[in-house]
Design a protein. Sequence first.
Length: 90
Amino acid sequence: MSSLLWHDWCGLLGVALVLVAFFLLQAHKLSGQGYPYQVMNLLGAFGILLSLIFGTFNLPAFLQEMAWFLISVYGIVRGVRTRKAAQILP
């Protein structure tokens, strides 16, 4: 295990973040619309993408993680817009 490179560690941390986020969602400890869940997914997907880009490339896994990353960005942007709209309304 000592032969792991930095991008391997990024990938492992990314997998851990995505799995912990999903577990916490299923355990009703996080909301799917909340920032913590979205950020955990975003950072997790980013870590996995780094491991795929700088390590052994796998196109199907790359496409899945890119989609996961972009969907997380969409969720965060949508959440920000929803919260701003709610603050504007009296």
